[in-house]
Design a protein around this ligand. Structure first.
Ligand SMILES: Cc1ncc(COP(=O)(O)O)c(C=O)c1O
Length: 482
């Protein structure tokens, strides 16, 4: 409850610091998801100071706060220039918007595509199965049909022919990833853009994850296939600045090849008695804080800075992948071609979910991925530049974690629980059943230290049941404190 007389500033800050003790470490190069850390001294302080300068500025009206407009336009120019657009390029008329994150950028790409075709009553989008879940969210929110194209279990990419075959008369957008989050592989963008263009359909490249590193990796000699506006038929690209541009959270850029393509992304409303509203993005009131922080980060790191950070990341990826290759019973899902290392277990005696817990116990926070279609469960590592100084410690710890996981053996779930997870329908879940399950899994007061049992249960469940269980479990955590 709110305090009657308020709390002194230092005490509140102390409280926050105390709360933060339970968080995963956002610095130190041992967290392989959620955060993007370049390990550059002073960058946090710069981002915080820039954020504070503009935190109360409102992006609602660019004419009232030209500072934000100037910074947004600069960020869009920086992203556009990096991704094959701008003066003298094949895409000189590139425009864009600054959004709050990758999900918002993808929702807006789908909205723009949908609203460009108002004559269609049942618009649809075509997305590889490896496309980010945010496309499904966009389809859900915007009531657009989702046509998912399977990926090859070896290359982890969709085939161009399958993508072409999925395009129909109602398709408003074809999407692909550069690279995919789960496995870090770049889809055949040129082929997909070509078949989309031939069908007269927009093509969005989701470069939210890797759009800021792929160009630098290419400059370092990594063979990166064409994926940006240099590719004919690519109509929009998203790139998250709060990922590999290392800006504090809350900033992504959605680029369109020209202003006509961007126009249906906007929402304007003048038919009410208040201020006339025009929103390029989903939010109306927007803090200038994240935009200013991103501006400061990009200006400060500069082109050479990003090249250096990409080189450190590439080296760290190489070392991590080598450590995985060393282990009998582990297999890389794909040879790393960007900044992801993803591996699976080839030995039933080596339970990946137990291994993830063993790595956590050794201070390495990796991300388990559940099995999907004919793809096995896997472990995902998002690698950032901050990993480089610690990377030599990973191999021995991985070996020790593997040995411990083998000693512990696979998670043994009661057979009836596994059978239940495989057969239960989401509709059959009652609050009592959920409560009993959560208590049995140790989810009472928050996530347990060891997640292998929870992951094994989710892994055994079909997607619809996984979704419902996750909603219910997280709902149990999100309760007010009084
Ligand atoms: C390829 C890709 N697209 C979209 C997103 C969604 O981004 P956000 O979490 O910023 O909404 C992510 C996030 O990891 C991603 O990797």
């Amino acid at each position: 409850m709110i305090d009657k007389n308020g709390v002194p500033a230092e005490r509140v800050l102390d409280e926050i610091r105390q709360l933060r003790v339970g968080d995963r470490p956002v610095h130190g190069g041992r967290l392989f998801a959620y955060v993007y850390d370049p390990g550059v001294a002073g960058l946090d302080e710069l981002g915080a100071a820039a954020h504070a300068e503009s935190a109360h500025v409102n992006g609602l009206d660019p004419t009232a706060f030209p500072s934000l407009l100037a910074m947004e336009n600069w960020l869009v120019g920086a992203a556009g220039g990096l991704l094959g657009g701008g003066p003298g390029s094949a895409a000189p008329d590139v425009v864009g918007s600054v959004t709050s994150g990758g999900t918002e950028s993808l929702i807006l790409a789908v909205k723009a595509a949908r609203d460009a075709r108002p004559e269609l009553t049942a618009p649809r989008i075509v997305v590889p199965a490896s496309g980010h879940a945010a496309f499904a969210k966009a389809a859900h929110l915007l009531r657009v049909g989702l046509d998912t194209v399977p990926v090859d279990p070896v290359t982890l990419r969709p085939s161009v022919a399958d993508m072409a075959a999925a395009i129909g008369p109602e398709t408003v957008l074809v999407a692909c990833s550069a690279p995919s989050y789960a496995h870090g592989v770049v889809d055949p963008v040129a082929g997909i853009a070509q078949v989309a263009a031939a069908a007269g359909v927009r093509c969005h490249v989701d470069a939210c994850f890797g759009g800021w590193t792929l160009p630098y990796l290419r400059r370092l000699g990594v063979p990166v296939p064409p994926f940006d506006f240099t590719v004919d038929g690519v109509t929009s690209i998203s790139v998250d600045l709060h990922k590999y541009a290392y800006a504090p959270k809350g900033v992504s850029v959605l680029l369109h090849r020209d202003a006509t393509l961007r126009s249906p992304q906007y929402f304007a409303y003048a038919d009410w008695p208040g201020y006339t509203m025009v929103n390029p993005v989903l939010a109306s009131t927007r803090s200038g804080g994240p935009i200013a922080a991103a501006y400061a980060t990009l200006r400060h790191l500069g082109d050479d800075g990003y090249l250096r950070l990409a080189a450190a990341t590439r080296d760290a990826v190489g070392c991590l992948a080598a450590a995985v290759r060393e282990v009998d019973g582990l297999r890389l899902m794909a040879e790393p071609e960007s900044t992801v290392v993803c591996f699976t277990s080839t030995d039933p005696a080596l339970d990946l979910f137990v291994l993830v817990d063993e790595l956590t116990a050794r201070g390495w926070h990796t991300q388990p991925q559940l099995r999907y279609a004919d793809l096995p469960a896997s472990v995902h590592l998002t690698v950032t530049a901050s990993v480089a100084p610690r990377v030599a410690e990973f191999g021995p710890d991985l070996a020790a974690a593997v040995a411990a996981a083998r000693r512990a053996g696979p998670v043994e779930m009661p057979a009836d629980l596994v059978a239940l997870a495989g057969s239960l329908t989401p509709e059959a879940l009652t609050p009592e059943l959920i409560g009993g399950l959560a208590a049995g899994l140790g989810l009472g007061a928050g996530p347990p230290d060891r997640m292998a049992v929870v992951n094994t249960l989710l892994d055994a469940a079909p997607a619809a049941l996984r979704e419902r269980l996750l909603v219910e479990f997280v709902g149990l955590l999100q309760r007010p404190t009084w």
